[in-house]
Write a protein that binds this ligand. Structure first.
Ligand SMILES: C[S@@+](CC[C@H](N)C(=O)[O-])C[C@H]1O[C@@H](n2cnc3c(N)ncnc32)[C@H](O)[C@@H]1O
Length: 279
């Protein structure tokens, strides 16, 4: 099947200043391998006057994302909820269910545990997590599970001898299973966030809500290969673009605020200098 890519290619390896709802409408269908993004959370922050963020704009953007993803492409949607007068918005859940309604699989829900939480609240437990919805268009085409969990029983034969039941009902001894040093991690991922921890890149902190670089790196490694196209439609300070360059992927960053685009461009220039690549 011949696939058009020329419209999407116009945005490749660039920061585009615009509303992602409109910019994504220009993309060819089935052209993006991976999205890692974090939208505005309810109305917790006023990013810009230009974009009205509400459930309707979310729905339009979600439909565009489904259209532009390649079959097997993955969207990582990082989101938290506002608490208003003791009531959690659960906008995250509404969004998750809507993604399923329009055709995405909810491949996994990974918890982003934040090592640095805000000040304690007088009558509520510390809020230390956000959701990372891992959505896929069909089954994910790339899965490279990260094996960085130290196994408690490493180098031991913990399960006794492994046996196999033969067709005639007898058991064959297959010997001892030695547990590997490192195993696949769980789906709770912990990162140190906040100023001085999410990145060493001082300029990024001019944006109020940056991703920890390691979080982005872990998703890029899990769901993409070198050369793949990675999109952040709410690009902010350009963390996804920066990590994509370092990990030899192609990237597209869309951001509505001109000021944040400038921050992203500075970060990207600096990483291109250190990696000796060019735009
Ligand atoms: C949670 S922040 C993302 C920060 C980013 N992950 C980073 O590491 O810097 C959300 C961003 O989306 C931008 N934004 C809000 N509505 C938008 C829209 N309709 N189109 C494009 N960007 C938008 C905001 O200006 C803000 O920078």
């Amino acid at each position: 099947m011949f696939n058009h890519t020329e419209n999407t290619n116009k945005y490749l390896n660039k920061v585009t200043n615009g509303n992602c709802k409109e910019v994504l409408a220009e993309f060819d269908a089935n052209t993006i391998d991976l999205v890692i993004t974090s939208p505005p959370y309810d109305d917790l922050r006023d990013y810009t006057k230009e974009a009205k963020w509400n459930y309707k704009s979310f729905q339009e953007i979600a439909k565009q994302l489904f259209r532009v993803m390649k079959p097997g492409g993955v969207v990582v949607w990082v989101v938290g909820d506002k608490v208003d007068k003791g009531n959690k918005s659960l906008t995250s859940f509404r969004q998750a269910l809507y993604f399923q309604e329009i055709g995405f699989n909810m491949f996994d829900v990974i918890i982003y545990e934040k090592a640095g939480s805000g000040p304690p609240h007088k009558n509520r437990y510390f809020n230390t997590y956000e959701y990372m919805f891992v959505l896929s268009k069909g089954q994910p085409k790339t899965i490279n599970l990260l094996k960085d969990k130290q196994n408690k029983w490493a180098n031991c034969a913990t399960y006794g001898n492994v046996t196999k039941r033969e067709k005639d009902g007898t058991l064959t001894d297959k010997g001892r299973k030695i547990v590997n040093e490192m195993g696949v991690r769980t789906n709770i991922w912990k990162y140190t966030n906040g100023k001085g921890f999410a990145t060493k890149d001082e300029i990024a902190y001019q944006h109020p809500a940056i991703f920890p670089e390691k979080l982005v790196q872990d998703h890029i490694l899990s769901w993409s290969n070198e050369g793949d196209i990675i999109l952040d439609p709410f690009g902010g300070s350009g963390t996804v673009a920066k990590k994509a360059i370092e990990l030899k992927r192609q990237w597209i960053s869309i951001e509505i605020s001109k000021e944040y685009c400038e921050i992203a461009e500075k970060r990207i220039k600096s990483v291109l200098c250190t990696t000796k690549l060019s735009l």
